[in-house]
Design a binder for this molecule. Structure first.
Ligand code: MSP
Length: 526
C-alpha cells in the first residue's frame, strides 16, 4: 500500500464562528493539497471539528439541547463553510464520532498499562473559559488573572497526569536534529527556547465527570473524561485508524472499531504536514510528539505554523465588531478573489493585516488587470485576427515560462505560497508587457507582418494555458474558466501540463469572458 501525502488543519472549536483565521488555514492547506495532487501524488487532506469541553456543554445547556444535538447543528454550518471555500478534503473528522472515541480510549488504555500516567490531587485555580489550570505564576502583579481567562475558580481535585518530564531531553534532541520538523525556523527556535529554559509540567489529562460530562470517558475510571487537548490531538491518528492505517493499527493492537467508516484501506501516518496557527504551537510541538512517542508512533514530518490575521491593524474580535465574514466577502467578490487575497497577502509565518482597500486594490490591479486582462486581450486578438485558431508553434516566451514553472514548483514544494504567487505574477506582467511591446494591433494592420503576428499570438495563448495550470491550486474555478475559454478539453489540474508547446496549431479557442469583472467599489462593511 503506497503512503499518501497526508496533511491536516487544526480542528476548529465547534462553538466558534467560522472566521478569516479559520478560512486562511483551510485555504492554505487546500492549495498545498491541490498542488500535490497535480503532481500526481495521492493526497489525503483532513479537516474537522473539536467538539468536547465545558464551553460546549454550557452553551448546549443554555439552549436546552444535548451537547451532541448542539454539535450536530453547528457541524452542519462548518461543513457548509468548507464547501464555500471549495476545500478538496477527503474526510471531515468530528471528535464526537465513535471512530475517534475508540482510538482515544485505546491510547489511554495502552498508556495507563505502560505506566505513563499517575493520579494526584490538584489544588489551585481553574479557568473555564480557557479550560486550563492556572498557577501562582499566572497571576498578574496586582494578584488578579488576565481577562483572557474569564472567571477563575479555586478548586481541589483528584486527576490523572501524564508524565512529561522524562520526555524533555529526547524531544530537544529530536527538534535539534530535525531542522524541518517545525517551520518557519523562528517558531522552531521558540519551542527549543521554551524546552531548554523550563522544566515541563506534567499534563493533567482528565476532568472529573461531576464537573464535565461532555468528553470521552476514561476507559479505566468512569468518574473521569479526557482533557480536551489530549482528545483533540488524537484526531490526526484516529482518522488514519478508521482507514486501517498499518502503523496506527500496529501501535494500537487493542483497538476495536465498531463503526468502520469505510472499507477503503489507506496508509497515512506519519502525517506529512500539520498546518496550525501560532497560538497552538506548544500543543503540537511539545505535547503531541510526546504522546506519539509514548504510543510508539513516528512523529509527523512537519508542523507548519502560520501567523494571525488582524483587521486594520487591530485584533479580530467579535466583541468589538472588528471582524471579516469570509462568506460575505466571497458572496460579494467571488471565492477565487478571496483565496487569492489571503494567500498573496500573508506568507506562512508572520502576522497579517486585512484591509478592505488592500483587498479591492489587489483585485483590480492583480486579478482584473493582471491575469484577467491578459487572457481577455489575447483571446480577443486571436478571435479578431485569426478566427480563434491557434497559429504555428513559436517559442519566444518559452524559456521565461519554463523558468517560472520550475520556480513555482519549487516554491510550492517548500511550501512558499506567497512566493509562488509572486513568481506567477511576474509571468503575467511579462506577458502583458509583451503585448504592449509587440503591439499585435499594429502588426494586424500590416500584411507583411502576418507571420510575426502569428508568433506573438501563439506565445500569448500558450502562456495563458500554462498560467491556468500554475494558478489551479490557488484559484481552481478561475483556472477552469481559463481552460474553457482556451477550448481545452482537459482540466488544468495536472502540473505536467505546464510544459511549453501543449497548445497545438489549428486548435480552436472559445469566446472570451472577463475572469474578474472590473469593480469600482471597495467591499461593503462585513
Ligand atoms: N480546537 C483547537 C485546535 C485543536 S487541533 C488538534 C483550536 N481551535 S480554534 O478554532 O480556536 O482555532 C483553529 C485554528 O484557527 C488554529 O490553528 C488557530 O491558530 C487558527 N486561528 C484562529 N484565529 C486566527 C486568526 N485571527 N488568524 C489566523 N489564524 C487563526 O485552537
Amino acid at each position: 500500500m503506497k503512503k499518501c501525502f497526508y496533511l491536516t488543519t487544526a480542528i476548529d472549536y465547534v462553538n466558534g464562528q467560522p472566521h478569516l483565521g479559520h478560512a486562511y488555514e483551510k485555504v492554505v492547506s487546500d492549495v498545498i493539497a491541490r498542488f500535490r495532487r497535480s503532481l500526481g501524488q495521492e493526497v489525503f487532506f483532513l479537516t474537522g471539528l473539536d467538539e468536547h469541553g465545558q464551553k460546549v456543554q454550557l452553551a448546549a445547556l443554555a439552549e436546552g439541547k444535548t451537547p451532541q444535538d448542539y454539535c450536530d447543528l453547528l457541524a452542519g454550518d462548518w461543513q457548509r463553510f468548507a464547501g464555500e471555500l471549495d476545500l478538496s478534503h477527503q474526510d471531515f473528522v468530528r471528535t464526537s464520532q465513535l471512530r475517534h472515541r475508540a482510538v482515544v480510549q485505546a491510547i489511554l488504555t495502552k498508556l495507563q498499562n505502560e505506566g505513563h500516567f499517575y493520579r494526584a490531587e490538584y489544588r489551585g485555580f481553574y479557568s473555564t473559559r480557557q479550560e486550563t489550570f492556572l498557577t501562582e505564576k499566572d497571576r498578574l502583579p496586582d494578584g488578579t488573572f488576565d481577562a483572557i481567562y474569564g472567571d477563575v475558580t479555586e478548586l481541589v481535585e483528584d486527576n490523572y497526569y501524564f508524565n512529561l518530564r522524562d520526555h524533555q531531553k529526547w524531544l530537544i534532541e529530536y527538534i535539534e536534529n530535525n531542522p524541518d520538523f517545525i517551520a518557519p525556523n523562528y517558531r522552531r527556535n521558540e519551542v527549543l527556547g521554551f524546552l531548554k529554559n523550563n522544566e515541563l509540567e506534567n499534563l493533567c489529562i482528565t476532568r472529573p465527570i461531576s464537573r464535565l460530562g461532555w468528553g470521552i470517558p476514561l476507559p479505566f475510571n468512569p468518574g473521569y473524561v479526557t482533557y480536551v487537548w489530549f482528545d483533540a490531538l488524537v484526531n490526526y491518528i484516529s482518522v488514519p485508524a478508521s482507514y486501517g492505517d498499518p502503523s496506527v493499527m500496529a501501535a494500537l493492537p487493542g483497538l476495536k472499531l465498531d463503526e468502520p467508516t469505510t472499507n477503503q484501506s489507506l496508509s497515512l501516518w506519519p502525517a506529512d504536514l500539520h498546518i496550525i496557527g501560532k497560538d497552538i504551537l506548544k500543543f503540537h510541538a511539545v505535547y503531541w510528539p510526546i504522546m506519539l512517542k509514548a504510543i510508539g508512533l513516528p512523529l509527523p514530518k512537519q508542523i507548519l505554523v502560520h501567523g494571525w490575521w488582524q483587521k486594520d491593524g487591530e485584533k479580530i474580535s467579535k466583541s468589538t465588531g472588528n471582524i471579516i465574514d469570509p462568506v460575505a466577502v466571497i458572496k460579494e467578490w467571488g471565492l477565487d478573489a478571496f483565496r487569492y487575497y489571503v494567500t498573496r497577502e500573508l506568507g506562512i509565518g508572520p502576522d497579517g493585516n486585512w484591509t478592505d482597500a488592500g483587498f479591492a486594490s489587489r483585485y483590480t490591479s492583480e486579478l482584473a488587470n493582471g491575469i484577467g486582462n491578459l487572457l481577455n486581450r489575447s483571446l480577443v486578438m486571436l478571435r479578431s485576427y485569426r478566427q480563434k485558431i491557434i497559429p504555428a508553434r513559436h517559442d519566444e516566451l518559452a524559456s521565461e515560462t519554463e523558468r517560472t514553472v520550475t520556480k513555482v514548483r519549487q516554491q510550492l514544494l517548500e511550501p512558499d505560497l506567497q512566493g509562488a504567487l509572486l513568481t506567477i505574477s511576474g509571468l503575467i506582467n511579462h506577458a502583458n508587457k509583451y503585448i504592449d511591446q509587440t503591439a499585435p494591433f499594429k502588426l494586424a494592420k500590416d500584411p507583411t507582418q502576418s507571420q510575426r503576428l502569428d508568433e506573438v499570438l501563439y506565445n500569448l495563448m500558450e502562456v495563458c494555458r500554462i498560467l491556468g495550470v500554475l494558478l489551479w491550486p490557488f484559484l481552481p474555478s478561475t483556472a477552469d474558466k481559463i481552460f474553457k475559454q482556451l477550448g481545452m478539453v482537459n482540466a488544468p489540474d495536472d502540473f505536467n501540463l505546464a510544459t511549453w508547446g501543449g497548445i497545438s496549431q489549428g486548435h480552436v479557442t472559445n469566446d472570451p469572458a472577463p475572469l474578474f469583472p472590473r469593480r469600482d467599489t471597495v467591499p461593503t462593511k462585513t
